[in-house]
Design a protein around this ligand. Structure first.
Ligand code: TYD
Length: 393
């Protein structure tokens, strides 16, 4: 049974960056639910993929050095450990991982045509289509099977998980490996990172819920790695149940034990999380209002989808946060979804004239603060809302 635990209000599409601000852009209820049987956490309102992921999708995987390094390290690991003859990436974005492999052994699937174009131009075989059984059948016809499937921050964006895994099962070879990585529900709950929830993140996986789900497809997790990316992610290594080539590592038991210890299998923990998020909102507003009262200026750093959840949930407008800045070309000179806050192009002197910077991209906190050392020395202070709202020392 799906049980409701948190209402994050009426939210716009998290990546709907518009050139002109309009108060009337489409908005949807963002409510969070916990399924007491499958232990899956999900949002209620499902927006069709074609509305969220189209040729205007602005998110690019390779916009931060942290992510570029992470993909490079992973590609080396994949080559050494699994040496795939044919690799398929679901949600290949701008090719941040794919392009570390030879063109003749790597296939991309990327429904956002603006992004698929980038890897196509580099001569990588890229399907600019949504991941489903129809596409998987098409790929099977051409390539027969693949021995490694990788997908980061994509499968949790697809409403029909049954179709997702059925389609994977269709083309994964008998001894093939599926690697998926997504934000960790445990980290999200422990960090009060309610901004991991937005319309694109239909599910936030725990190892417990994923294990339950995979069972239905005769798949099982054989290793789990904790990653610092996206504020704490899990990389799951998955195989067919009957594949005895890989032993199940202790990391799997450890993660599940940690999650049970933190109550991720119990509804009461989510009610507690909801109370914390209410408190987080009040405290965050208190800090911003105090800064405003002192006539100081705040800029948002990193116009993330996460910031959209925070600002719309907390009802923060440009009277509290003047502007945002971001490096992504598609976001520049647009407005933060749902807000009258303009996003300025990042340049070296962009922080001049601001007293505080709200870390919209708090998951890149170290990279950003390191980059802006000069301003910190001059007195600029960073604000974060995770794990609780505060001005960083
Ligand atoms: P991310 O945290 O992956 O976003 P989301 O919540 O949308 O999944 O994206 C980080 C955003 O921050 C991206 O728009 C690029 C931007 N950014 C900067 O503008 N400057 C930086 O130094 C860094 C690290 C990120």
């Amino acid at each position: 049974m799906n049980k409701f635990f948190l209402n994050l209000g009426v939210q716009p599409l998290a990546n709907n960056f518009q050139k002109k601000y309009s108060a009337n852009q489409p908005r949807y209820n963002l409510k969070l639910y916990f399924n007491t049987k499958s232990k899956m956490v999900s949002i209620s309102k499902r927006i069709p993929s074609s509305v969220m992921f189209n040729s205007k999708y602005p998110y690019r995987s390779s916009m931060s050095s942290t992510m570029r390094t992470s993909f490079k390290q992973l590609s080396n690991e994949i080559k050494i450990k699994f040496n795939p003859k044919l690799l398929l990436e679901i949600g290949s974005n701008d090719g941040a991982l794919l392009t570390h492999f030879d063109k003749d052994i790597a296939i991309g699937v990327e429904p956002c045509k603006n992004l698929a174009k980038i890897t196509k131009a580099k001569k990588y075989y890229t399907y600019d289509d949504y991941w489903d059984f129809k596409l998987s059948s098409k790929i099977k016809k051409k390539f027969k099977e693949v021995d490694l499937i990788y997908s980061a921050n994509t499968l949790t964006h697809i409403s029909n998980l049954k179709d997702v895994f059925k389609s994977i099962n269709l083309i994964l070879s008998e001894e093939g490996v599926l690697i998926i990585e997504d934000p960790s529900l445990l980290e999200c709950i422990n960090n009060n990172a309610y901004d991991q929830f937005y319309n694109e993140h239909i599910y936030v996986f725990s190892a417990i819920a994923l294990k339950n789900l995979l069972k239905r497809f005769d798949l099982e997790i054989f290793d789990i790695k904790n990653l610092p990316t996206h504020g704490g992610s899990l990389r799951y290594f998955i195989k067919r149940k009957k594949n005895k080539k890989f032993n199940i590592k202790v990391s799997v038991k450890k993660q599940i034990y940690k999650e049970i210890e933190n109550g991720l299998d119990k509804f009461s923990s989510y009610k507690h999380f909801a109370i914390n998020i209410n408190k987080s909102k009040s405290l965050f507003l208190e800090i911003l209002n105090k800064i405003k009262k002192n006539n100081k200026k705040i800029i948002g750093y990193g116009a993330t989808a996460k910031s959209v959840t925070v600002l719309n949930y907390c009802n923060i407008d440009n009277n509290l946060i003047k502007n945002f800045t971001d490096t992504t070309p598609e976001k520049i000179n647009t407005f933060l979804p749902g807000k009258n806050i303009k996003i300025l192009k990042y340049k070296k002197n962009i922080l001049n004239g601001y007293d505080y910077a709200f870390l919209g991209a708090w998951n890149f906190r170290r990279e950003i603060i390191n980059k802006e050392k000069k301003y910190v020395k001059k007195g600029l202070k960073f604000i974060t809302h995770v794990p609780f709202p505060r001005i960083l020392k």
